[in-house]
Design a protein around this ligand. Structure first.
Ligand code: FAD
Ligand code: UDP
Length: 375
């Protein structure tokens, strides 16, 4: 008999198991996949840790979360600085003085601001003439934020590939989180702390699950009643619509198809992340995994490299669900499921799939830490 049956060994389930065990609770973790870790799992290929379900960079400004994860495994100094490629041109991201220099040849913040302002005015005039006060979609928001040159080269193609929808049909908020800076700073995140666990994410998961019983290749729904009978409470981190047998309908997701390739060269693109922002290139970006964990000359210690091309696609049953589609239909549908979930007295719903929410890793850890502080 267990205190908790934890369905899912991703970051939510593993952090929950860790903190519950510390309080002396008995936990059983089950996962339908053949490995623990959910989407942060990495596979060793040619001595390189490959982020099997998409590149993951841990970042946070929360000191307690940072200290907690570092108490389990030390993090390295990786700083995310993606490069955008459009045709033969390369631009630094996020949008900063390096990008503005590469785009327009401007060298001072004032020159860059003037250039953007010039382009913004055109959009503002158009919106005013149509009597529009607030940007109605991502295109208008992006044009107001950064002007037409950057929108056309670095945003439009990438975003339409990523979301499979026109920028004029996407909500404005998606683009608001991209920083715009008038300093020479290619650090993608504004957070105080970031990095990759030294030795990879599997180390973090192993440390979280140390001393916890884990059963892999085990689907909760295959023997639901038997599993429920094993524990006082269930912590469910799978899909909430599946938990309720899709009775109100399917929640939708975007997913990513990865093409992983081993290359017989030590250094393919010189950076972990290169975004391909043209509509004509079918993939959104190429990840070169060794750059997450080796720096400078270390890159050449391994004569091979592993790259992954990412193709963004609409999710269908049987595929991995990645990004919740937070449009009106799905948000209303989720609320229906949530009402049922709120009435459960022996089930805790948590994580990306059970809360139908795009969570980064640090907020997941923070959420679970809070749950244990409150009790
Ligand atoms: P998951 O990792 O999905 O774990 C859920 C687990 O439950 C899975 O292992 C699954 O197999 C299991 N499960 C589901 N149903 C059942 C069932 N019926 N029976 C048994 N087991 C079941 N965050 C960042 O902070 N930085 C990043 O750079 C970043 N990049 C990302 C890139 C991509 C492509 C994606 C998709 C996400 C990214 N994230 C990133 C977010 C990060 O992956 C999540 O915050 C985190 O993995 C969520 O953990 P989770 O436990 O909620 O879900
Ligand atoms: N984006 C873009 N060009 C880029 C990178 C990002 O237009 O080169 C846009 C795109 O719409 C994306 C959003 O910015 O959905 C947020 O980007 P981020 O990298 O934060 O998205 P994630 O892949 O982490 O969801």
């Amino acid at each position: 008999m267990y205190d908790y049956l934890i369905v899912g060994s991703g970051l939510f389930g593993a952090t929950f198991a860790h903190l519950a065990r510390k309080q002396g609770k008995r936990c059983l973790v089950i996962d339908k996949r053949p490995h623990a870790g959910g989407n942060i799992y990495c596979q060793d290929v040619e001595g390189i840790r490959v982020h099997q379900y998409g590149a993951h960079i841990f970042h946070t400004s929360n000191r307690r979360v940072w200290d907690f994860v570092n108490s389990l495994v030390e993090f390295n100094r990786y700083t995310n600085s993606p490069v955008a490629r459009y045709g033969k041109s390369l631009y630094n991201l996020p949008f900063n003085m390096n990008t503005f220099y590469q785009m327009w040849g401007v060298t001072t913040p004032q020159e860059a601001m003037n250039k953007i302002e010039e382009q913004r005015q055109e959009v503002l005039k158009r919106m005013q003439s149509e009597g529009i006060a607030q940007p109605r979609n991502l295109e208008e928001q992006a044009l107001l934020l950064i002007g037409s040159d950057i929108y056309e080269r670095l945003i439009k193609g990438y975003t339409e590939k990523q979301w499979g929808r026109k920028c004029t049909d996407l909500p404005a908020f998606i683009i608001k989180r991209l920083p715009v800076r008038f300093v020479y700073d290619n650090n993608y995140f504004n957070d105080r702390y970031q990095g990759i666990p030294i030795g990879g994410y599997n180390r973090l998961i192993e440390a979280l699950l140390k001393g916890v019983e884990v059963r892999l290749n085990t689907d909760y729904f295959s023997h639901r009643d038997e599993f429920n009978a094993l524990a006082k409470e269930v912590v469910f981190t799978g899909k909430i619509d599946e938990f309720y047998d899709y009775r109100f309908g399917n929640l939708e997701y975007r997913t990513v198809r990865f093409e992983h390739e081993v290359l017989d060269m030590p250094n393919y693109q010189g950076n972990a992340v290169v975004n391909y922002t043209e509509a004509e290139v079918p993939y959104t970006r190429i990840i070169e995994h060794k750059h997450f964990e080796s720096f400078g000359e270390e890159v050449y210690q391994n004569p091979k490299t592993v790259v992954s091309k990412e193709y963004s696609t609409e999710w269908q049953s049987g595929m991995e669900p990645y990004y919740p589609v937070n449009d009106e239909r799905n948000s209303l549908l989720y609320q229906q499921y949530k009402q049922l979930a709120d009435q459960e007295s022996h089930v805790i719903f948590g994580g990306r799939l059970a809360e139908y929410k795009y969570y980064d890793m640090a907020p997941i850890v923070e959420r679970v830490m809070r749950m244990f502080e409150e009790n």
